[in-house]
Design a protein around this ligand. Structure first.
Ligand SMILES: [Zn+2]
Length: 302
């Protein structure tokens, strides 16, 4: 169980399971001789990708960032990706019922990020999975998803968001908004034009984050005067293996912007010691990104 406190917030990771992705597609132009040192592939060249959602309990609200792949994939996609659909049972095991969730935020609208936004009821009607929740997603993503390019049209499944927009349950964001006190969104262009990271900041009474067991895991992190910050960076840096600015996915629509956005992110996240949440890392869902002695950008485990 991945859980920690960040100021007054409690953060937990809940997974929708794992799925296979082509290793070449996952690491773009990076040669296999290089990426295979970090991640192993099977005989079909598939690597394992995670589906990590971040649950933030602010003390007032329960906020779920991203909803995995869900259980509505069409058969032609199940052939490639399977359909783990573990999020609800993992939430339940952590004591979270669907009606406990007040707010759902999607970084973008690809099928592996908003799949559990909705589900079919027993009559086959699409309904919100989280019956009390207000949903948020980037407006530009939603506009694009209505007329995607041939290149990534398969990534958009309108049942995950259109019924919510039509019923007024989903608020569309420009980028930069504060959703609840301490939780904001910021656009990072690269993977798509409008993908938004979700940033949680809470200085709290105790400026040092500690584990749920109560033991401090660092005494020198999060200097006093700096709010403690976590960022769900989504597909800008999908796993700890993608930390190098040049290691982008071939799925990225704007690979040169991915590089610039990563630089922009690190310019704050490294000096301010942000906790970075990795959406597709099957083993390390969060870590601190740092520069090592050689100046190389690396992940340090929490
Ligand atoms: Zn993704």
């Amino acid at each position: 169980m991945h859980r920690l406190t960040l100021g007054d917030f409690e953060l937990s990771i809940f997974s929708d399971g794992t799925y296979p992705l082509d290793g070449g597609a996952f690491f773009g132009v990076v040669p296999k001789v290089m990426w295979s040192k970090k991640v192993s592939a099977n005989d079909k060249n598939y690597v394992t990708a995670g589906l990590n959602s971040l649950l933030i309990r602010t003390g007032k609200q329960t906020v779920l960032v991203e909803t995995g792949m869900g259980n509505k994939l069409p058969d032609r996609m199940v052939k490639f990706y399977g359909q783990p659909a573990k999020l609800l049972e993992n939430l339940a095991a952590g004591g979270v019922a669907p009606e406990d969730v007040d707010i759902v935020i999607n970084s973008h609208l690809h099928f592996d990020h908003c799949g559990w936004n909705t589900m079919r009821d027993k009559n086959g009607k699409i309904v919100p999975t989280f019956p009390r929740a207000k949903y948020y997603a980037p407006e530009g993503e939603w506009q694009y998803a209505r007329r995607p390019s041939e290149r990534d049209a398969i990534s958009y499944i309108s049942e995950n968001y259109d019924p919510l927009v039509e019923s007024g349950r989903m608020t569309l964001l420009k980028g930069g908004e504060e959703i609840v006190p301490g939780i904001t969104v910021k656009t990072f262009r690269g993977h798509t034009a409008h993908m938004q990271a979700v940033i949680a900041q809470s200085a709290g009474k105790n400026p040092h984050p500690s584990t749920s067991a109560g033991q401090a895991f660092s005494q020198n992190r999060g200097e006093v005067g700096h709010p403690n910050t976590a960022c769900y960076i989504s597909d800008l840096i999908p796993t700890t293996a993608h930390i190098d600015v040049t290691w982008g996915m071939s799925f990225d629509l704007y690979p040169l912007d991915t590089i610039e956005s990563k630089k922009q992110y690190y310019a704050r996240a490294i000096p301010e010691k942000w906790l970075t949440v990795f959406t597709h890392d099957p083993k390390m869902p969060w870590a601190y990104v740092e520069k090592d002695e050689a100046g190389k950008t690396v992940a340090r485990a929490v």
